[in-house]
Design a protein around this ligand. Structure first.
Ligand SMILES: Cc1ncc(COP(=O)(O)O)c(C=O)c1O
Length: 405
């Protein structure tokens, strides 16, 4: 048996995600779950989706139950194209492909571009699912730190300069500009422009991952306009989005838009992975956009997440030891906590779990060995009462760890 399954180098390079392991521990009943990045589970648009299915014609039913084209369900692609244009993205010479979640979009993009040993510039910290995809293809990382207004432009330029000199420019820069996962930080519009200028100067494309962009609760849409919509971005930026936060992650439905040539390449990569994205959920999503339900849902959820985030900010002020600091998101799901030296996030996790509170330790989001001083807490899927109670208990867990008990 021992020699029966001889694992590939790729498989040997993959690690079980720390989040997944922690989530197993943290899924006991009654737990206050600041861990996962899940949308509010009580407020999905259940009634709207029931309405949509009730109205399906025979032809739509057949389309929903049948295999579909690899690039996506044509009416949905058309709605997405209009939506991209409404976001200010110039869609001439651009194509769209739907994906099985944005997670697959990230993976396919990397699969199309990455050879083992190639380099990707990522933010520090960054989304664990992207790191997992990139690692599975044996990419190397250059970590660009985040400032309070997004990725450090100076650090990114320093990395690019060095890599250009060594003749090994990165394949792309991966960024999450709005309410970043895990930090909650937003890239300022001035820095979006500067990042694009760098990308153009060094001829390195940007992979812009924007699952939370519509879920702002401070400012206006103009503050969160995508890099993809800036002049000059057309051939430099691949833009990824998802229905996970504006409809349901259970639908497993995302999309990518970019220059037609590279999207064609991604389509080829997708053929070897799952042939097509779920037709069923694409037909639902197409009607969800067509009937305008998305706008009502997003408007409602902005208010819901705003009140949850405000409660979390109040509770943090009230219960955190004074050496602890945290990000102040203006949208999205996440708050990033910076811990004092005497509180490691792994030790804190154990102490919090004893009190029935779960969160995610900082390490999986960062370069190895650099993340234990941080924690990610998500307010998105907790009640206001649990947010207050959970932060209070987290404060108590911090006192316990700091006291070395
Ligand atoms: C930054 C980021 N990208 C991509 C994803 C994956 O989204 P999806 O559910 O569409 O696969 C997530 C999900 O949490 C995310 O936070």
């Amino acid at each position: 048996m021992e020699n029966t399954f001889r694992l590939s180098d790729n498989a040997l390079g993959m690690q079980a995600s720390e989040i997944r392991e922690l989530m197993k521990l943290a899924s006991k009943p009654g737990i206050i779950a600041f861990g996962g990045g899940s949308p509010d589970g009580l407020r999905f648009p259940f009634a709207e989706v029931a309405d949509i299915e009730k109205d399906w014609s025979e032809a739509k039913k057949r389309a929903a139950f049948q295999y579909g084209a690899t690039n996506g369900y044509p009416p949905l692609l058309e709605h997405l194209r209009k939506r991209m244009e409404a976001y200010g993205i110039d869609m001439t010479d651009q194509s769209i492909i739907t994906t099985t979640g944005a997670q697959q979009g990230i993976y396919l993009m990397a699969k199309a571009l990455i050879n083992p040993g190639d380099t990707i510039i990522v933010e520090s910290p960054t989304f664990i699912g992207a790191l997992a995809s990139f690692k599975s293809l044996r990419a190397n990382f250059e970590w660009a730190p985040l400032d309070s207004d997004g990725i450090s432009i100076d650090a990114t330029e320093t990395i690019l300069k060095r890599l250009a000199k060594e003749n090994r420019l990165p394949k792309f820069i991966y960024t999450i500009p709005n309410f970043q996962n895990p930090s909650g930080i937003t890239l300022s519009q001035a820095k979006r422009k500067a990042l694009l200028e760098l990308a153009i100067k060094y001829n390195v494309p940007i992979l812009e991952d924007d699952p939370y962009g519509e879920l702002y609760f401070e400012g206006t849409a103009a503050d969160y306009k995508s890099i993809k919509s800036l002049p000059g971005a057309k051939d430099m930026v691949i833009y990824l989005n998802t229905f996970s936060k504006i409809l349901s992650p259970g639908m497993r439905l995302g999309w990518i838009t970019g220059p037609s040539k590279i999207i064609g390449q991604i389509e080829i990569a997708k053929q070897s992975v799952d042939a097509c994205t779920s037709s069923y959920t694409q037909v639902i999503a197409s009607d969800y956009l067509e009937k305008g339900y998305v706008n009502g849902y997003v408007d409602k959820m902005r208010e819901v997440y705003h009140s949850k985030c405000s409660m979390m900010m109040l509770a943090l002020e009230k219960y955190m030891p004074k050496e602890v600091s945290w990000s102040k998101p203006t949208g999205g799901f996440f708050v990033w906590i910076t811990l004092p030296k005497n509180i490691g996030s792994k030790a804190l996790f154990t102490a919090a779990l004893k009190r029935n509170v779960a969160f995610v330790t900082g390490s999986p989001f960062t370069e190895e060995g650099k993340g234990d001083g941080y924690a990610r807490i998500a307010f998105s899927n907790c009640s206001l009462e649990d947010i207050e109670k959970g932060v209070k208990l987290l404060g108590e867990a911090m006192q316990e760890v700091a006291a070395g008990k």
